[in-house]
Design a protein around this ligand. Structure first.
Ligand code: PLP
Length: 296
């Protein structure tokens, strides 16, 4: 069975014409062969949306939340609505075809298509996950970086698409290079007016006493699927959970801080801007075991 699977969607949105009239809704394709036009707006402008979905023991996790967020990102970019029933089917078929294993992940991508064509391009790519055991055990050091937008940017300037999961991730990667230059592994974005936002590929969760907290909502950050499940786990242990408009002081004073995301799951923050901080190794390990085994 393959380590990687690619499925191309013939009609990613019911609101736009199919690529081939009468063809199957999706077809498996060669991952190693070129499949997308150089004129596709994903290639020329990063104009499109995606999701990255964890697959634990063959089950896509937070699947409906991911699909709803995919649809929401499409609305924010004025893209045609993804046909969620078809995307769901294509994701499940790709997982079914993938070599079984305990951790894999699926990327769903929908682009605006070739300029002027009006038909979005859509594909599902499934692959085995990298081994994250080391970073899950050791955690990451982070730097706080100014995102350059106020915390209310989503309300004041929705055209900046903050909070949509767009394909334009060059900044989300450049900040890792900046973190590395500063001797750190990862990043927590702070708004220009001083509030904690999110990581470039993760949400921030922190513990104060018996409460798990996360910044939000309405801060122009991604509505994280893993964060929701982390809160479910905490509540199952009798902890309380909540949203808080947080500043770096809240993080410095927290009992523990994590970056949480699909695929990598929960990693403890071991230092912020060079200042070492407490980590809860046991909680992190138990949380990751629970997240890995999630059925939905
Ligand atoms: N924030 C950003 C900017 C992300 O890219 C991601 C995940 O890729 C997250 C948050 C975490 O979201 P999720 O837990 O749904 O993977």
């Amino acid at each position: 069975m393959p380590h990687e699977v690619l499925a191309l969607l013939n009609q990613p949105s019911a609101d736009a014409a199919p690529h081939t009239e009468g063809a199957a809704p999706f077809a498996f394709a060669d991952v190693a062969a070129p499949q997308v036009s150089v004129l596709d707006l994903a290639a020329t402008r990063g104009d499109g949306i995606f999701e990255g979905i964890s697959v634990g023991y063959g089950k896509p996790q937070a699947f409906e939340h991911h699909l709803q967020r995919f649809a929401r990102s499409a609305r924010m970019l004025d893209l045609p609505a993804p046909d969620l029933a078809l995307w769901r089917q294509a994701v499940l078929a790709a997982i079914e075809k993938l070599e079984p294993g305990d951790e894999a992940w699926v990327k769903t991508v929908m682009t605006r298509g070739v300029e002027g064509d009006g038909r979005p391009t859509g594909w599902v790519y499934a692959t085995r996950s990298a081994d994250f055991s080391r970073v899950r055990a050791d955690g990451v050091s982070v730097v706080l970086l100014d995102r350059g937008y106020r915390h209310d940017v989503a309300q004041t300037s929705p055209w900046l698409l903050q909070g949509a999961k767009t394909l334009s991730y060059a900044v989300n990667r450049s900040v890792f290079r900046e973190a590395n230059r500063r001797g750190a592994d990862d990043v927590i974005f702070v708004s220009s007016d001083g509030y904690v936002l999110e990581g470039p590929t993760s949400n921030v969760v922190y513990r104060r006493g018996n409460t798990l907290l996360t910044p939000g909502p309405g801060l122009g950050i991604l509505d994280g699927t893993t964060q929701v499940n982390v809160f479910r786990y905490a509540e199952s242990l009798g902890l309380t959970t909540g949203l808080e408009l947080a500043t770096p002081v809240h993080l410095a004073e927290a009992d523990a801080v994590w970056l949480v995301s699909s695929v990598r799951l929960a990693v403890a923050v071991t230092a912020i801007d060079g200042i070492a901080r407490e980590v809860d190794t046991e909680f992190t390990a138990d949380l990751n075991a629970w997240l890995k085994a999630l059925e939905q």
